[in-house]
Design a protein around this ligand. Structure first.
Ligand SMILES: [Zn+2]
Ligand SMILES: [Zn+2]
Length: 449
């Protein structure tokens, strides 16, 4: 971790022409500078990573995105697994699983999984290619601002890695009942996960920085002064000067990408609480109602999430039981409790343990999508165990409720503004009453060694 000295903007001797960057978690503003290989700039206040060195050029990223698009095609064209029961073989691809779930009448589950596992990742790749292609050639992409805003919206909802884990869990679950073998599509999804994880580094903020360095868009350095506060645009990262005496929740248009900019997210506590309470309510049916219905010659049976974990444990697959338990029971509960803790400490006006609270918030954001695992497992089992008359698996009401818990907690975390918690610490630091909106411009994190 590299820590750097921080100075107040008003006391900063030189105006500076380097672009500014805002720490999205604590609101500190830094001067950006070029990093050396393997160097990372960290926020000296909250300790989170601000930006990293990347040796990749736009042409490299373009090649990576094109490869990902081809692998996306392969992964979805081939079945991810085969299953044989009494001489009959059933195969399923990602889309088969979604279509069968839709036909079974579970359209909420089909829509959620189809978008998170197929539609949105495909759109994300298309938008990436749309912007990186022209940028690599030194031109501004058509509708650049709009495309980047779409990209920012899509990023948290693409869940290809979760689907991959879902396939692995399904194969192990079914291995007890029938002979199951992985398909070509599984290898495709494995490779796609690696490629998309690498492309995940290419956030809208990073793409805008590439566009600046390529000279495609001008570099805008806001004026710092006693009458303004500095605020970063959540979509493109551009730091801009807003009038100090304005309401911090007032709506402004980003000087660079024209997205909505607030100095602090409006009504963050009310929105975040409302979404969290809704998630907690759906958490009850998600666990009480069966997520999966199995209809076989032996009769009908409903399976809840905890029941499924116990079953896996008893059949000896304790490793998979542990994965499902962590993803489906521990993670959602941790998220609900962690968000409640973050909201309560903010409401109590606590300015202590800010760094641990920041790490907790980052954890909530990181684990957000992984609870979707069991929903993917259910739709895959439905597609694989589709043997007319012999056996049929379909999603239960619990699966839709479970998916909604995941979506609502993710929205709750997105509505929360952690900078408000850091603002409380700021109050004691500067004497003026508007001190919690104090502008901060500081040197980039200097390497420690
Ligand atoms: Zn920070
Ligand atoms: Zn912007």
């Amino acid at each position: 971790m590299h820590n750097g000295a921080r100075q107040e903007a008003r006391t900063s001797p030189e105006a500076g022409t380097e672009p500014l960057i805002e720490c999205e978690l604590c609101g500190s503003v830094y001067r950006r500078r070029e990093l050396a290989p393997r160097e990372t700039a960290s926020c000296s206040r909250c300790g989170s990573t601000l930006w990293r060195y990347s040796g990749l050029t736009l042409s490299n990223w373009l090649a990576l995105a094109l490869t990902a698009l081809i692998v996306f095609g392969i992964a979805n064209a081939y079945p991810v697994a085969f299953m044989s029961v009494q001489g009959m073989t059933q195969q399923a691809s990602m889309l088969d699983a979604v279509i069968i779930t839709w036909r079974q009448g579970h359209w909420v589950v089909a829509l959620m999984t189809g978008l998170a596992g197929f539609g949105l990742p495909l759109l994300q790749l298309a938008v990436l290619l749309w912007v990186i292609g022209p940028l690599a050639a030194g031109r501004e992409p058509p509708a650049f601002r709009q495309a980047m805003r779409v990209l920012g919206l899509l990023r948290p909802w693409c869940m290809v890695p979760v689907f991959l884990l879902g396939v692995l869990v399904s194969v192990v679950k079914l291995a007890g009942m029938a002979s199951v073998s992985p398909g070509m599509g599984l290898a495709g999804f494995g490779l796609l996960t690696v490629l998309l994880t690498m492309l995940g580094r290419l956030s809208p903020h990073v793409i805008w920085r590439y566009a600046e360095s390529a000279g495609v868009v001008p570099v805008h350095v806001p004026r710092a002064g006693p009458d303004v506060v500095l605020a970063g645009c959540h979509v493109c990262g551009q730091v801009q000067a807003l009038p100090r005496d304005a309401d911090p929740e007032e709506t402004h248009a980003c000087v660079r990408c024209h997205a909505v900019v607030h100095y602090r997210k409006p009504d963050h506590l009310a929105r975040s609480w409302a979404l969290l309470i809704a998630a907690a309510i759906f958490y009850i049916p998600a666990n009480v109602l069966p997520v999966m219905q199995i209809r076989s010659l032996l009769g009908d049976s409903g399976h809840t999430i905890l029941g499924g974990v116990v079953e896996l444990w008893e059949t000896g697959s304790w490793d998979i039981a542990l994965i499902v338990f962590i993803a489906s029971v521990a993670v959602p509960l941790t998220k609900l409790l962690a968000m409640a803790l973050l909201l309560l400490t903010q409401q109590w006006g606590s300015a202590t343990s800010l760094r641990p609270r920041t790490r907790l918030y980052q954890l909530v954001e990181f684990i957000g999508q992984w609870s979707m695992l069991d929903v993917f497992v259910v739709i895959l089992l439905a597609a694989l165990a589709d043997f007319q008359g012999l056996m049929a698996i379909s999603a239960g009401a619990g699966a839709a409720a479970f998916g909604l818990v995941v979506i609502l907690t993710m929205l709750s975390a997105m509505s929360f503004d952690l900078r408000r918690s850091w603002d409380l610490e700021r109050q004691g630091e500067i004497e003026s009453p508007s001190s919690n909106f104090a502008a901060r411009a500081a040197a980039a994190g200097e390497p420690a060694g």
